[in-house]
Design a protein around this ligand. Structure first.
Ligand code: ATP
Ligand code: MG
Length: 382
């Protein structure tokens, strides 16, 4: 089951879902003005899943009213952060087949609005990891552009009914200037961390969909819920689900049809909390090999940090062995992996994997190697 899979049912997010429906549900019936809303909450609290699911629900509502809603999703950390890339991705999703080559970013937005107005379609835009964007690209005023689309439309309606901004840090709006703040508004939907009993419900639901009945006992589910709702994980559903998934894989590898607490313990001690499966899944293939080189170099050295030239030589061996073309600028890719918070780069001499103590390093690095190799294997099998 892939990490970007969005379940139909999201236990304990009904309140947030209802609020979004009350805010935007009417807007797909008839032409309305754009509304922006922010979803804020910590790691793995269901923000992305809820927004995507909401998009599907709203598309269904629009259909009932014989309207067509296009839902566009951009992740500013994963897909790059320049206005150019962001707006191009929106155009690809909303107006497929229309070429905007050579257009300036503002013009790209106009193309979208013209298209929506002339076809009578509506659109909802989901902008994920916006706090990351504001921190790293403070001068790219996408918030301003995206929230005042009605004002820039000739007839006052952009047909973009809403923009959902997703952030981990509720203070992200403090990074905005006054003009952005005033067009953005202050509607914030909060996503508190899951309690261990809520996590249990989420895990039960996932087991029902992904495992054979009886493969995971209540005790094992309780155990995963408790582990993932205490420090340092603190209610991160992504971690809990990864734990369940890998414990399941481990049981299977050992030829057992039941997952035990021991499997969970083993996986828990080796999972690297700063690199999720979703992070790995979303990396371009060329980046996977670079991450693999970092992990291997670290394992060979047995230190928390390695020198750039060690990574370089490990990387060259990997490329040669797998017959792939090396990236043009290895350091730039390392820098980008650091910007995605997957590794730490302190100049050329100290490169490591984020948030890992020296003693846990070997476990973590092995885990990263295993998962990256799995991801590379999956790509090949596609
Ligand atoms: N209530 C829920 N029910 C079922 N699955 C959930 C629920 N909440 C989250 N998940 C699952 O947990 C994982 C993480 O959730 P999600 O991606 O929505 O987190 P997030 O709040 O966007 O975190 P981040 O800020 O790290 O991106 C996803 O696989 C998602 O499907
Ligand atoms: Mg998310």
């Amino acid at each position: 089951m892939s990490a970007s899979y969005v379940p139909r049912r999201l236990p304990h997010r009904d309140g947030q879902m209802k609020f979004l429906i009350s805010l935007l549900g009417e807007s797909v019936k008839h032409r309305s003005h754009l509304r922006s809303v922010q979803l804020v909450g910590g790691v793995g609290t269901g923000k992305t899943a809820t927004a995507k699911r909401f998009g599907e629900v709203l598309r269904g509502t629009a259909e009932k009213w014989r309207n067509e809603l296009k839902v566009a999703y951009v992740n500013l950390r994963r897909q790059g952060s320049s206005r150019f890339l962001i707006f191009n991705s929106l155009v690809e999703q909303i107006t497929p087949g229309i070429s905007v080559r050579g257009y300036a970013p503002e013009e790209v937005l106009n193309v979208i609005i013209k298209y929506l107005n002339s076809t009578g379609r509506f659109a909802l835009i989901i902008v994920d990891e916006v706090d990351y964007h504001c921190k790293h690209r403070p001068r790219e005023k996408i918030i301003y552009d995206l929230t005042r689309l009605d004002e820039t439309s000739p007839n006052g309606y952009s047909n973009i009914i809403g923009v959902i901004f997703i952030a981990r840090n509720p203070g992200w709006i403090e990074m905005l200037d006054e003009a952005e703040l005033s067009t953005l508004g202050r509607i914030q939907v909060k996503f508190p961390p899951y309690s261990s009993s809520q996590m249990r419900d989420i895990l039960f639901e996932r087991c029902r969909v992904a495992f054979k009945p009886g493969a995971v006992s209540n005790d094992v589910i309780d155990f995963i819920a408790d582990v993932s709702c205490s420090p340092p994980i603190n209610g991160d559903a992504r971690y809990a689900l990864d734990l369940l998934l890998y414990a399941g894989t481990l049981a299977e590898q050992r030829g057992l049809d039941k997952v035990t607490a021991e499997h969970v313990r083993l996986v828990h001690s080796s999972l690297c909390p700063t690199i999720s499966t979703e992070d790995i899944d979303s990396l371009p293939q060329s980046y996977l090999y670079v991450l693999l080189a970092v992990a291997r170099a670290l394992r060979n050295a047995g230190n928390p940090y390695v020198h750039f030239k060690d990574i370089q030589s490990t990387y060259n061996i990997i490329c040669e062995y797998r017959r792939i073309r090396p990236v043009r600028d290895l350091f730039e890719v390392l820098d980008d992996l650091a910007a995605r918070e997957l590794i730490t780069v302190k100049g050329f001499t100290k490169i490591g994997i984020s948030g890992v103590t020296a003693e846990a390093l070997l476990h973590y690095v092995d885990d990263v190697i295993r998962r990256v190799e799995e991801a590379i294997g999956d790509l090949k099998n596609k």
